[in-house]
Design a protein around this ligand. Structure first.
Ligand code: DAH
Length: 339
């Protein structure tokens, strides 16, 4: 009898059915009142002595296996017939769409690769920051109105913990941890408490660059900017620098490039000025060097920072910044094909 049970067990586990009908026949054959398993249980009543234990276990195993098989077949075959009805099995399947990089990633990589050619190494830092790295170490004194330039998201009630408002916070971490000279580029996502519109979002991407060495001058900054603009927007691109203010740079400037659409003649993208504002920059304020433990007599540096969405918008004539975040596949496809 043991042999019989074992044989049936292997038969049952190996069984497969092509249709619901076959599965039902299988159930009747093995699990109905007069089925093979019920008969074996009948026979089992006569067994006595040593064999009883082993056989009982095996019989139970057999029953469980048969029930599991029936459930498995039911699941696999349920609705199969209706599903197959009227279906042309020879039709080719829908092609799987391959994804592509997000336009922001493409533009960010392009910016990084230009800086890579100038010897700038990528460095990244945390999005959740403390006041020191986002503000204080960058020469934003407490209560200074410059802090209001960047509407900050604080985490909970603690005014010391926030979502970084710019990737300049990463530069502070770099100054803490890296040996001089420093030549780094910091891409990252930044957060500001701003109303979402066609021109602003509460989350966007920045790339900043920081160069600190002996005798770094404004001429180095200007040359870097010129190279960068020509590489990104084309060799005919011109740049101009306008005086500006950032707490962490002195002097500070805003860089414009000649309009990529009208080449300086004036159009509605550049609002008739012929120029497009691209980034902020300047010589690292000696206070920042000092706050970060760098000898300000020996070293000097420049920094610059830009918004990736803004560059992508200007480069590809996109008028609404929200499109980058909605991830409408039609927009993404169209843009990655253009890029
Ligand atoms: N951190 C500035 C901002 O988010 C951008 C910026 C300006 C970065 C000048 C710099 C810089 O490194 O030198 O508005």
């Amino acid at each position: 009898m043991l042999k019989k049970i074992r044989q049936l067990l292997s038969e049952i586990t190996a069984f497969s059915a092509q249709s619901a009908e076959e599965a039902e026949q299988f159930r009747i054959r093995h699990l109905s009142k007069k089925g093979t398993i019920a008969l074996l249980f009948e026979e089992f009543k006569q067994v006595s002595g040593e064999q009883k234990r082993e056989m009982g276990q095996l019989l139970n195993e057999l029953k469980i296996a048969a029930l599991a098989k029936v459930n498995e077949l039911k699941e696999a075959l349920s609705g199969q017939d209706e599903r197959l009805e009227g279906l042309d099995l020879f039709l080719p399947g829908d092609p799987l769409k391959t994804g592509s990089r997000h336009p922001i990633t493409i533009v960010k990589n392009e910016i990084l690769s230009i800086f890579d050619r100038l010897g700038f190494v990528v460095s990244e830092g945390p999005e959740i920051e403390d006041d020191w790295h986002n503000f204080s170490a960058l020469n934003f004194p407490q209560e200074h109105p410059a802090r209001d330039m960047q509407d900050t998201f604080f985490i909970g009630k603690n005014p010391d913990i926030l979502l970084h408002t710019h990737t300049s916070s990463v530069q502070v971490r770099d100054m803490e941890t890296h040996e001089l000279p420093l030549r780094l580029v910091t891409p990252g996502r930044v957060f500001r408490n701003e109303a979402i519109s066609a021109r602003a979002h509460c989350i966007f991407h920045q790339v900043e660059a920081l160069y600190i060495d002996e005798q770094v001058s404004f001429a180095d900054l200007k040359q870097t900017l010129t190279y960068f603009a020509k590489e990104l927007f084309g060799t005919e691109t011109r740049i101009r620098l306008r005086p500006s203010y950032f707490p962490f740079t002195e002097p500070s400037a805003e860089m414009d490039v000649s309009c990529t659409l009208c080449h300086g003649k004036g159009c509605n993208v550049c609002k008739g000025t012929g120029w497009l504002e691209i980034l902020g920059c300047g010589m690292v304020d000696p206070n920042v060097l000092e706050l970060n433990g760098i000898d300000k007599e020996k070293y000097s540096g420049f920094a610059l920072g830009m918004g990736v969405e803004r560059i992508a918008m200007l480069k590809y004539g996109i008028r609404d910044l929200r499109l980058f975040f909605e991830n409408d596949i039609r927009f993404l496809e169209q843009l990655s094909a253009a890029i």
